[in-house]
Design a protein around this ligand. Structure first.
Ligand SMILES: C=CC1=C(C)c2cc3[nH]c(cc4nc(cc5[nH]c(cc1n2)c(C)c5CCC(=O)O)C(CCC(=O)O)=C4C)c(C)c3C=C
Ligand SMILES: [Fe+2]
Ligand SMILES: [Fe+2]
Length: 386
């Protein structure tokens, strides 16, 4: 076996308050996050949305100490994984490639090349696949591979989804059980899974398997937990005015409170590290909503971070991937399996006449957006997007 590398993919997060705006710009520049019919509109719109969202987002990051803990935790996970692989007899370098902040995926790929890695396992730190997360990182990597013959010499394999691994499911169940057992009446406590949401159109129109995987994942965890607790799955962190996966976390909390539920154990399920949506959104915002609605005990299960059983299972997953048939970009991001770019369908092409008018209308729309940003008034403010 040649030199082995593992590339951990993650989202990245602003490390200090000044990073928030450029981080948001990178995020909204991603066509997998905002899907526009006109690629040339992507950057101007990303600039508009990041500028208007920056203040609120900065306030949120301020509440958790001024920055995201994501880089630190991902580096700890990488070190722990490298040690676990070594312990199992595999000498592998573990790299981190973030999608929207440092260390960027491009930097990781440059280091992988410099270290002459010959076999590479690409492992997203998202247990469930979504077009907007793992899919976006794969799309970027696929482009880097296409552009660079040096990378094409590396024998890579992808692990697109891994939420059903027994080690991961067991570790999640263990953390939930630990939290329940701290409470006076563990069996009467409601287990509340809160997954990061995506717009419903991703699932319904673009074929994102995310919702199905999240639902199956909660079922597997409840089976492993093997307790009589009632449970709910809801989706958090909606951005913008369009419809996202439902029920929304805030609505589901209110419904349970109305039904007389008094104790909740909240389980963040779509991400394996603490981050702003656990530390600020769940621990501060949803706690407040729950307490106002009449929930007396609001508890949260910690993220896996460097949980021993979880890291050990990740190491096994890497070893198994090195032995298994390779999984290539073309196996994951083929449009017939997951339609990544609905805007690429001919519906947008229409006729040359229509394309000219599409362009003109888009220009008018963009000028209207600029005007709204400058004046502070307009339809987007009305619906709450700006
Ligand atoms: C599986 C996890 C995630 C999915 C799916 C996801 C989709 C998604 N996210 C946005 C918009 C934002 N996400 C933001 C932060 C953020 N998102 C995730 C995970 C998923 N996103 C994480 C872990 C984080 C936090 C990183 C950190 O700093 O700790 C943000 C920025 C924060 C804020 O302003 O609220 C935005 C914006 C969309 C639009 C989307 C699907 C289309
Ligand atoms: Fe997000
Ligand atoms: Fe949020």
């Amino acid at each position: 076996m040649g030199r082995v590398g593992v590339l951990l993919l993650n989202l990245g997060g602003p490390e200090q308050i000044e990073d928030v705006r450029p981080f948001l710009f990178n995020l909204f520049s991603d066509p997998e996050i905002i899907r526009l019919p006109f690629p040339w509109l992507q950057k101007p719109l990303a600039w508009l949305i990041s500028s208007s969202r920056a203040k609120q987002s900065q306030d949120n990051y301020q509440q958790i100490g001024g920055g995201s803990p994501l880089r630190r935790i991902t580096e700890e996970q990488a070190q722990a994984l490298q040690a676990s692989l070594r312990h199992k007899g595999h000498d592998a370098n573990v790299y981190i490639g973030m999608r929207y902040w440092y260390p960027f995926t491009e930097e990781a790929v440059a280091r992988i090349k410099r270290d002459s890695i010959e076999q590479l396992v690409i492992l997203p730190l998202y247990p469930q696949f979504s077009i907007s997360t793992s899919g976006s990182s794969f799309r970027l990597l696929e482009r880097l591979w296409l552009e660079d013959p040096g990378l094409q010499r590396i024998s890579y394999t992808l692990i697109p989804t891994w939420y059903s691994r027994p080690g991961y499911v067991r570790a999640m169940a263990e953390l939930i059980a630990r939290e329940l057992d701290r409470l006076p009446d563990p069996d009467a406590t409601h287990v509340f899974f809160s997954a990061h949401g995506v717009p419903s159109s991703y699932v319904e129109e673009a074929g994102d398997p995310y919702q199905k995987e999240i639902e199956h994942c909660t079922q597997l965890i409840m089976k492993a937990l093997n307790r009589p607790n009632d449970y709910t799955l809801a989706y958090q962190s909606r951005v913008g005015p369009m419809e996202w996966l439902q029920p929304y976390t805030e609505d589901a909390i209110a419904t349970l409170a109305d039904q007389g539920v008094k104790d909740l154990v909240v389980v963040p399920i779509s991400f394996v590290s603490e981050h702003i949506e656990t530390l600020q959104e769940i621990d501060i915002e949803y706690r407040e909503i729950a307490e106002e609605a009449g929930i007396e005990g609001f508890h949260r299960v910690p993220a896996l971070n460097t949980h021993g059983g979880f890291i050990d299972d990740m190491a096994d997953m890497v070893v198994e991937a090195l032995k298994a048939p390779r999984c290539l970009f073309s196996d994951v991001v083929q449009p017939e399996k997951v339609k990544l770019y609905p805007q690429e369908r001919s519906a947008w092409g229409l006729t040359p006449f229509a394309e000219v008018w599409n362009g003109r209308l888009a220009m008018v729309g963009f000028l209207a957006l600029l005007l709204e940003l400058v004046s502070g008034q307009g339809p987007l403010h009305f619906v709450g997007l700006l």
